[in-house]
Design a protein around this ligand. Structure first.
Ligand SMILES: C[S@@+](CC[C@H](N)C(=O)[O-])C[C@H]1O[C@@H](n2cnc3c(N)ncnc32)[C@H](O)[C@@H]1O
Length: 474
């Protein structure tokens, strides 16, 4: 069953404390735990009631998974105030209203849903927009089962606070009183890379401020807008003003550009394990935006691109590239290449745009051209050729690679990019070189970068031997 991630008891206790902070429950109050699993939050409520000498309120757990629901039912069989319903919280009827809601809803991305499920959710839920996740719909459903002054406490991924797909959830939550947002450490759920967040909301109440506890331990208040715009910069203790340096990213970079456009990737790009041996000498590791995976910070790829250009970016003649020339001259391939509009004024085996080989093959930072959250990867050796759906940033000084990548992946830089990049379809961000170039570099970082001396690496030599290694190993 998808979406099962148990909550640790210390987190459960913290959340139960938050739930009852303003008003203790009485025995007639109803508490909902949607996606209750085997009952971690119900255990937590019972612990709290016992510790505070409070009579057990009415508790309803809703769980889709039959085995987990049965486990919870058995565990709490002796307590009449507790009912466990085996049901689909999103599609079946659960009778409200509830005075309290607490839970850890399933994190299930739209990518794991069938077309029929997506359609069904889009018909039922206002928050089912863009690349939504089921936990967003759990929030919407839970709020619909509450009444004035009910309190909700949820633990979810932090993503809803800034991705475009979270805009409707942000609008919905901020139309009530979001009293607290607690950003937890990445290792809260062992083995998962989700950044979890606890949100506490009071229905139909008003509040001027939300108390934020950020990951670095800072505590401050902020006002969360109900317009749907990203809250990212408002949840960070480091404010956007930190990125108002006078120097820009472009001042520290040799090049900021879009990757190679061949106009015929089906011809030039191959999986390494399908690459004929006789073409290996013309192949370079390559990556597309889709292949950049959030689980790694360095670039990993199994694709290669066949490049008929010299390292000085000169298009070679078909005779000069031997076996590659023979491959490209095959009638089916030649006609495919000749069909490209871009070859009207250049040789038919040229790329759509002439590649700047000496820049492409430098240590660099990569990012997707379209994304919901800007993330930056490092190609330390400068061996990977970025394709058209990838932007690459070549620092003027290769030693600045990690410093710049760390800054680009920081909250202030991401906030700045989110606010300044254009929006693509579905609210995704379109990262363009013009925007990247304008990114302000904070004074302290600019100072460090300027102090450093430029070193000249004999890159070509190192790369040549490393490319041979990469291709041999794979
Ligand atoms: C992240 S787990 C949390 C389990 C438990 N509440 C805890 O905190 O340890 C989410 C739970 O929601 C359940 N679930 C997933 N989709 C559901 C749905 N549509 N209706 C009810 N429960 C669902 C999963 O089976 C899973 O047990």
């Amino acid at each position: 069953m998808r979406g099962f991630v148990p909550t640790q008891s210390t987190t459960v206790d913290l959340m139960v404390e938050l739930l009852f902070r303003e008003k203790w429950p009485d025995e007639t109050d109803r508490i909902l735990d949607p996606g209750c699993g085997p009952g971690a939050f119900i255990d937590g409520i019972l612990r709290w009631c016992e510790a505070n000498n409070v009579k057990t309120p009415q508790i309803t757990g809703v769980e889709l998974d039959v085995e987990r629901a049965e486990k919870a039912r058995k565990k709490f069989a002796a307590i009449p105030q507790i009912e466990i319903i085996t049901s689909d919280f999103l599609l079946d009827k659960v009778k409200g209203p509830f005075e309290y809601v607490i839970g850890n809803p399933p994190y299930v991305s739209i990518l794991s849903l069938t077309e029929a499920e997506k359609r069904q959710f889009r018909n039922h839920y206002k928050c089912a927009v863009g690349r939504f996740d089921l936990y967003m719909l759990f929030i919407e459903r839970a709020i619909s089962l509450c009444k004035k002054d009910s309190t909700l406490v949820f633990i979810t991924p932090e993503k809803f606070t800034y991705v475009q797909a979270g805009s409707e959830v942000r609008k919905l939550l901020a139309s009530h009183a979001i009293t607290d947002i607690i950003l937890l450490q990445e290792n809260e759920f062992p083995g998962r890379t989700t950044y979890p967040t606890i949100s506490r909301v009071r229905i139909s109440a008003t509040t001027d401020n939300t108390v934020i506890r950020s990951r670095d331990g800072a505590r401050f208040t902020t006002v969360l807008p109900n317009t749907g715009e990203s809250w990212r910069h408002l949840l960070s203790s480091r404010k956007l003003s930190e990125v108002t340096g006078t120097l820009r990213l472009v001042d520290f970079c040799h090049r900021i550009s879009c990757g190679i456009a061949t106009g015929a990737d089906a011809v030039f790009v191959k999986e390494l394990n399908e690459l004929p041996e006789n073409l290996a000498q013309h192949a370079w590791p390559t990556i597309s935006g889709r292949q950049l995976q959030p689980t790694t910070s360095t670039v990993k790829t199994s694709s290669v691109i066949l490049i008929p250009y010299t390292i000085e970016s000169r298009l070679q003649s078909l005779e000069d590239i031997g076996e590659l020339g023979t491959y490209l001259s095959r009638s089916d391939i030649k006609s495919r290449l000749a069909m490209r509009s871009c070859t009207q004024r250049k040789p038919w085996h040229a790329f759509h745009d002439a590649p700047q080989m000496s820049d492409l093959l430098r240590p660099k930072i990569l990012c997707k051209d379209i994304c919901d959250d800007p993330v930056f990867w490092i190609d330390q050796e400068g061996l990977v050729v970025p394709r058209h759906s990838v932007y690459y940033i070549v620092p003027s000084n290769p030693r600045h690679l990690y410093l710049l990548a760390e800054f680009l992946n920081s909250d202030p830089a991401k906030s700045w990019l989110s606010s300044n990049a254009q929006r693509a379809a579905n609210g995704f961000l379109r990262i363009q070189s013009s925007v990247l170039k304008r990114l302000p570099i904070p004074e302290h970082l600019a100072h460090n970068l300027l102090e450093d001396q430029i070193t000249n690496l004999s890159l070509r030599r190192v790369q040549k031997s490393m490319r041979a290694e990469v291709l041999k190993v794979a």
